[in-house]
Structure formats: C-alpha cells, structure tokens
Design a protein around this ligand. Sequence first.
Ligand SMILES: NC(=O)c1ccc[n+]([C@@H]2O[C@H](COP(=O)([O-])OP(=O)(O)OC[C@H]3O[C@@H](n4cnc5c(N)ncnc54)[C@H](O)[C@@H]3O)[C@@H](O)[C@H]2O)c1
Ligand SMILES: O=C(O)[C@H](O)[C@H](O)COP(=O)(O)O
Length: 384
Amino acid sequence: MLIVADENIPLLDSFFGDMGEIRRVNGRDLSPGEVRDADILLVRSVTRVDQRLLEGSRVRFVGTTTIGTDHVDLAWLEANGIRFSAAPGCNANSVVEYVLSVLSLYAERRGLADWSDLSVGIIGVGNVGGGLAARLDRLGFTVRLCDPPRAEREGESGPEFVSLDEALACDVVTLHTPLTREGPHATHHLIGERELSRLGAGQLLINSGRGEVVDSAALKARLQAPQAPTVVLDVWEREPRIDPELVERVWLATPHIAGYSLEGKVQGTEMIYQAVSRFLGLPVRKKAGQFLPEPALSKMSFTGAADEGRALSLALRACYDPRQDDARLRLAMAGDAEARAAAFDRLRRDYPVRRECSSLKIQLKGSSRSLQDTFRAMGFKLKI
Ligand SMILES: NC(=O)c1ccc[n+]([C@@H]2O[C@H](COP(=O)([O-])OP(=O)(O)OC[C@H]3O[C@@H](n4cnc5c(N)ncnc54)[C@H](O)[C@@H]3O)[C@@H](O)[C@H]2O)c1
Ligand SMILES: O=C(O)[C@H](O)[C@H](O)COP(=O)(O)O
C-alpha cells in the first residue's frame, strides 16, 4: 500500500510506518502525477484536494491532519466514493493559548492592572471558540458569544448568543469560524468594510480562523483611517502570498501558526492514524502521548513575593510568546513576492518546538488560593 503524505506531518513513520510505503511530498505543490498510484493521501491545509488532483488516481482515503477543511472538495470526494477524515479539535487548545498570550500582551499595552477587565466577543463558538470561552469564563472575563448556526440549532437549550454587531462592541473581538463560501451563514469576508467601521481605537481584532474571513483590502483601508483598532493576524488572504503592507500595519503578525503547538500537531496525526486504522480494519495501538518528548522547560517556581499578574504572564509567555513569531515574519517580508512566499512557508515548515501550558508544572510557594485557581484555569499543572 502506498501512502502519499505531506512532509510537514509529524511522526509519519511512527504512526504509519508499519501500514505501507510512505512517500513524502511538498503539500503546497502536490501534482496529480505524485498521487496517481497512492491508496491513501494525507494532507495539511496547504493542499487543494479536488477533482483536478485526484481524478484517475487510486486514492480511496484522504485524511487532513487539520481542523479546517476548506481546502478539500468534500462533495467531490463523496460523489466519488473516497472516504475522508479531518482532525476536529486537534489543535484547538494551541489556538486558545495563542489568543490568551495575545490578550496578556494587549492588557499590558493598554496598561490594565487586571486583564479580565477586557470584554471579549467570540465569533464562532466551536472547538476553538468554545474552549476559549470556557477558559475566559473561569478567568473572570466578560464573554459574548456569536454563532448564528449554533443559535439556530440550539435555541433555548444553548448558551446565550449575541448578534455579530453586539460581539463587535466588545473590547476584544476574536474570530474562530471556518471559511465557508455558501449558505446563509457564509463566512467569506464576514468582516468587511461595515463591520470594520464599527471597530474603534480602544478595540482589538484577532483573526486566527482563516484569512478570507476578513476582507483584507477593507482592513488595510480601515487601518489607515482615524481611530483604527489594533489588529492581530495569524491568518491571511492568499497565503503564502500575503500582503507585506498589511503586515506592516497590524500590531502582531504571525505565519498561520496559532495551532502549531507540538501537542496540537501530534494530536492531528494521531486522529488521522485512528481514522486510517478504522478504514483498513486495523487495531488502534498507538497514542500521541507516547511520542511527546520531555519539554525543554518543565518547571517554574514562584514564591509568595511574586506579583500575581506578572507570575501568570511570565508562565504563559514562557510557553508561548507571539512576539517571536511576529519578529520572524516581519524579517521574512524583505525581498520580492516569490521570496516572501517561500519565506512564509519556510517559517511554518521549520517552526520551533512549542509546548502547551499543560507541559509546564508550576510551583507556587505561599500563594493565594485565587492564584492557584487562575493557574489551573489556564491549563498549567500545579505543584503546591
Ligand atoms: N490559525 C490556526 O492555526 C488555526 C488552527 C485551528 C483552526 N483554525 C481555523 O479555525 C476554525 C474554527 O475551528 P474550530 O475547531 O472551532 O471549528 P468548529 O467547527 O468546531 O467551530 C466553528 C464554529 O463556527 C460557527 N460558525 C459558522 N459560521 C459562522 C458565522 N457566520 N458566524 C459565527 N459563527 C459561525 C459554527 O457554527 C461552529 O460552531 C477552523 O475551521 C479553522 O479554519 C485555525
Ligand atoms: O485548520 C487547522 O487545523 C490549522 O489551520 C492548521 O494548523 C494549519 O496548519 P497547516 O495544515 O497549514 O500546516
């Protein structure tokens, strides 16, 4: 059996080595010729999987080790009897920690003594948005949820949902919808000129969903007008050919890596390994946990003298500080369009190992119960 797989999927040999031959490919440039004789195709978000790629091939199963599925023509796969599996939720916690780290930096930029004074509007309340809402709720933030598809489906039995405009009135607006182009709740350019005109100087807009959910031409114009909001972008229209002028105008710019914790990536591979095993009728014996190495930083200790807010931001940023990714992306914006696109993909391919808060044990000596609760709410393990 031949498995054709994106070379950027971690642990291919560990999970799939005993199932067949693995052919590693560059997912961005994958051609029909490279998949023609494959039985199984494993991709990431950069490969467009459609009739053009697969017609006439032997492929019977496609797996994407990602949450998003907008790069896959699901209807064509179904119509052609090709089984498909994605990895819902695999890196949701990584994105949640990305947003929390951005929030801690933003509170500092605004000079807030207590970050939970910020109200947060979450647009798209699924695995990522829902996980973020739960975390923020435990941390004492005011959270507004906007998810019309869920509101329609769940009615009175669901949580309280607000309109898009109500969510846009929060101090922080964070986008976590999939990219969809059809239907009553299509998200393509969901945030356009009208929505951007409602955001002002005291507000922060974060997009770590998909670039095309925001109209970037309208955003660029809004960022040049008076009273512009602060903007953080992890995802961009037309990746990897992103707009260097937009990079210049946003506060933090990262190369689509919000979900790139090691845990998130390895869980993505694990979920697709499980799906392939089910497809082939094989037992599921391997687990992501057995392949996660010891983290480089495993313990942090705070004494009773530590300032509570500072202790939290130190621990959070020890795990992940988006300013490093921002600096690397800005440096990569030199050169012509081809060089910039190649650099964008290189930053993603050579991404340094990043571990989630759960990999770090926090020792709190003589600390208050409330600080312990806060660290737990963030997902850290406590050693008291
Ligand atoms: N930047 C990254 O690295 C990264 C990582 C993971 C996921 N993502 C993106 O984030 C998206 C969300 O991930 P998820 O795991 O939460 O997906 P999910 O499917 O669990 O949740 C998405 C939610 O968005 C809602 N939604 C759909 N249309 C909407 C609209 N018009 N307005 C408001 N809400 C709407 C859905 O009802 C659903 O509840 C993914 O589809 C992916 O594109 C990005
Ligand atoms: O949808 C997802 O899971 C994320 O956007 C994912 O992290 C994208 O990473 P890629 O597949 O492009 O490496």
